[in-house]
Ligand binder design. Sequence first.
Ligand code: SAM
Ligand code: ZN
Length: 326
Amino acid sequence: MSSWTVLEGDAIELLGSMPESSVDAIVTDPPYNIDIDDQAWDGPDIQEAVAATGHERLSPGEAHRIWCRPWGAECLRVLKPGAFMLAFGSPRTSHRMICGLEDAGLEVRDTLCWLFADRPSKSRKLPGGQATTLKPGHEPIALLRRPLEAPTIDTIAVHGTGALEVDACRVNDRHPANVAVTHDPKCSPAGCGESCPVGLLDSQPRPGRTPASRFFFCGRVTRRERDAGCEQLPVKGPESVRNPHPTIKPLELMRWLVRLICPPDGLVLDPFCGSGTTGAAAVLEDREFVGIEQDPGYVEIAKARVSYWAGQLGEGAGRVPLEMGR
Ligand SMILES: C[S@@+](CC[C@H](N)C(=O)[O-])C[C@H]1O[C@@H](n2cnc3c(N)ncnc32)[C@H](O)[C@@H]1O
Ligand SMILES: [Zn+2]
């Protein structure tokens, strides 16, 4: 069983205590700076942290870019040469995150598109059939890399990093695309709900081969997946769940991402690990894991979840079948 740990504290501080060139991959879902659920970490904390370093009167976008630079620099330092990082973002703010990480010295290699259908529109309804926003249907995931210091083949030979594990992530036996798709809540084993992006893509005309056949598909986060391992923790929030993290990601998606960028037996780092989905994915994919999270409540949940999934693997379950949304 691979080893794992979840550290409680500030990402920049704790990253600073990690050795240089010690990490094979970073898969992370940092704050988007969009005030999600009025969480301080997703807005005011960013502005405050940047103001404390002497930058004042910045727009939220400028502050976001500046905030990403120091943790990006620490990520660059701890990654091995050629090692990859995947960072989730919001369509509204990811450009600032990507610029900050690029300013820190990381090389932008691609932007993956993750499609989903289970989020409601939060738009204000205006008279006259108008609205202020579209329904959210995708999130970008930036793919970055610590620049190579030698040709790819030599980097693989020396560090085991520098290339994507496409064979482990093939879809219908084909080279994976930079698109991932999640089913919607109305999908069942009998078929997809009418607005499910998987169903919509699959129903497109397909002369010869299905156009969706290179896309990775996965289920949405079910209540069972959210709470697995947290049975000893109290029920919280209006949804009465034991893991109420507002931005939890689907485990099967995180497994695919871990498999894609982390060499077998490598170490995955998530400096903003929340309720620990990256850690659960890493142990299920037989990778080592270090997570960092500032909120003690989420640290407790992350430890419970990662430990649960590590235990499932220990029972010889191999690839653990998940109860998917379809
Ligand atoms: C978008 S959430 C990650 C959710 C995660 N992907 C999951 O599935 O549960 C970002 C997390 O970063 C944490 N965070 C924000 N600023 C931080 C900092 N400076 N150091 C450590 N953690 C931080 C927040 O508490 C939050 O839980
Ligand atoms: Zn579906």
